[in-house]
Design a protein around this ligand. Structure first.
Ligand code: FAE
Length: 540
């Protein structure tokens, strides 16, 4: 049976509760106003809302749902599109192998994490559009992020891992692990809908041949091999393999959205939030300022965007409470700028500090001809190699869904990289800089090599050098897992309140000091559940 939160037949449209009108037109047109007073209407200029949430990713979705359940009316403001309406091809999202304008946030050429194949560049020209995946460049790193209602849940692999309890003190040192493991991790996992692949199906299906090869190589080198939970609907994936439903994970869909099967936030937290009748969302609306309002509360400046990125309107609304949930980078950039430009001068000096990349580094291995990894690969990873305690690395066995046999094993490693960067305001450019340096990935490479050097030696294999450039082994230029920048109990109090500004809260990945030891969204969700529980009980 499929999980009841999935809606694969109609895609997101039946779930979409948003001011999606703004996101309907496909190319270069301004947002279409929705009916005044309808729940889908974008936020009007001059309005007042009890609670405003900036961003619709994990932190924002938890805040909106729980506030609404507590009787508070909430307006969510999201700079990306609603992603609730099919394009001319009948699909909401494009595939990883045929990226079109929907793929990329406001660029005229794709910027794919895997930039090369057989040494050749694979990026292509596209029309500039408010697409779903942002590759945000800083001097020493490109940070990939989801853009749209649902945030990172729209583009991510859905891997839903709870850190081992023994590692939790390094993840969130000021948080009581007992309440997290007894209450908030279970609540987060249940609401997100995470589950494991059926082990019997894993053994037989063609689409996880790459996983079985990954397991064989891990075990032959004596590394612990683990299955990892995911929010993809596993029953739906089995039906994809059986040919009884339209394919998504088995059709190369993931990085630019899944048309079926993945239980992204619009199907879980945000669907529940909509059902309360108290949550509205304005898509293609970007918050640019939050300042104390003379009348109490906060004045929030919001730009409305067209699908070519042009600003079509600027609105000012007021809110009693504002929840920053724009993601680690989005929240950090906003608060660093607002402090430096004197809008929120009392924010403390920890704002902007403690940013980490979750130790992300990628690599591929070239297998022997007798070890094919399969031409049909599910885009959804289901297993990993856990060498955290011995070598500081946890490696996802990742797909390379090219549609042809590559004899490649591909991995995204999360490592115990100790480096932390800082966001600062650059008055000359009018932008926020991040001082991460590419060389700071070296500890991650060293830790990942504790796994893959050993496997290569055992198997008599070598690293692939054609995936990230010409003769380049390591994908060390990027992260999928930005964390920190407004760290809990340092830049905020121990529940995300911003000192000096009653009613301002941070509730997303910006709170986590740079590393979760595993993939981060379950921890972001569970921490948001803990914090909002406390805030509702004590502040409202
Ligand atoms: P996030 O989900 O990024 O949401 C922030 C939202 O705020 C976005 O929708 C923004 O568009 C919006 N926003 C930003 N600035 C503004 C503004 N000024 N005004 C209005 N809206 C704004 O934040 N994690 C896992 O645990 N498992 C995985 O398998 C996994 N795979 C990933 C694969 C990819 C390709 C990527 C990019 C990420 C992956 N992640 C994965 C990371 C995960 O998606 C990420 O940690 C969370 O989405 C972060 O959640 P937040 O709530 O912090």
């Amino acid at each position: 049976m499929r999980d009841s939160t999935s809606d694969t037949a109609g895609g997101l449209s039946r779930r979409g509760f948003l001011a999606g009108a703004a996101g309907l037109a496909l190319v270069g047109t301004a947002a279409r106003p929705a009916l005044a007073g309808s729940p889908a209407a974008p936020i009007p200029d001059g309005t007042h809302v009890p609670a405003l949430v900036v961003g619709t990713g994990y932190g924002g979705a938890v805040a909106a749902l729980r506030l609404a359940q507590a009787g508070v009316d909430v307006h969510m403001v999201e700079m990306g599109m609603a992603w609730d309406t099919p394009g001319p091809d009948g699909k909401i999202f494009c595939t990883t192998t045929q990226p079109d304008h929907r793929s990329t946030w406001l660029r005229t050429r794709t910027k794919q994490p895997l930039s090369n194949f057989l040494g050749f560049p694979i990026d292509r020209d596209i029309p500039r559009y408010t697409g779903i995946l942002d590759a945000e460049d800083f001097a020493g790193i490109t940070v990939y992020q989801g853009r749209g209602v649902g945030g990172g849940s729209l583009v991510n692999g859905g891997i839903a891992v709870t850190p081992k309890r023994e590692n939790f003190a390094t993840v969130l040192p000021s948080v009581n692990p007992d309440e997290m493991y007894a209450t908030y991790y279970p609540r987060a996992n249940a609401t997100l809908g995470s589950g494991l692949i059926d082990p019997a199906w894993f053994e037989t299906t063609a689409c996880y041949q790459y996983g079985r090869v990954g397991r064989k190589h891990a075990q032959r080198s004596n590394f612990p091999f683990v299955f990892v939970p995911d929010v993809y609907d596993w029953d739906y994936m089995e039906a994809e393999a059986a040919g009884t439903v339209p394919r998504s994970a088995l059709a190369g869909e993931l990085l630019y959205g899944n048309n079926h099967g993945k239980k992204s936030l619009p199907k879980t937290y945000l669907a529940q939030a909509r059902a309360t009748g108290r949550v509205a969302v304005s898509a293609l609306h970007r918050v640019t300022s939050v300042a104390p309002a003379g009348s109490g509360g906060y004045a929030v400046v919001i730009e409305q965007l067209a699908t070519d990125g042009a600003v079509t309107a600027t609105k000012t609304v007021t809110a009693d409470r504002v929840f920053f949930a724009a993601g680690s980078v989005g929240t950090s950039k906003l608060l660093v700028r607002l402090k430096a430009t004197g809008v929120l001068p009392a924010l403390n000096d920890e704002v902007g500090q403690g940013w980490g990349d979750n130790g992300n580094v990628m690599c591929g291995r070239a297998n022997h001809l007798w070890d094919p990894t399969g031409s049909l690969q599910s885009t959804v990873p289901c297993c990993g190699i856990d060498n955290w305690s011995a070598g500081g690395a946890f490696a996802e066995v990742a797909p390379l869904p090219t549609g042809i046999e590559t004899w490649a094993s591909f991995y995204l490693s999360i490592t115990r990289n100790p480096n932390r960067a800082r966001f600062t305001w650059n008055a000359a450019t009018g932008k926020v800089d991040l001082n991460w340096q590419t060389a700071w990935k070296q500890p991650s490479i060293t830790m990942a090599k504790t796994i893959f050097d050993k496997i290569n030696a055992k198997e008599g294999t070598i690293y692939r050098t054609d995936l990230f450039g010409v003769y380049k082994i390591w994908g060390d230029h990027l992260t999928y897992h930005p964390l920190g920048g407004v760290v809990l109990n340092r830049a905020t109090d121990n529940y995300g309140r911003l000192p000096g500004y009653p009613g301002l809260y941070v509730i997303d990945g910006a709170l986590i000091p740079g590393n979760t030891t595993v993939n981060p969204f379950v921890t972001i969700t569970a921490l948001a559940e803990r914090n909002i529980d406390h805030i509702i009980a004590t502040d409202l």
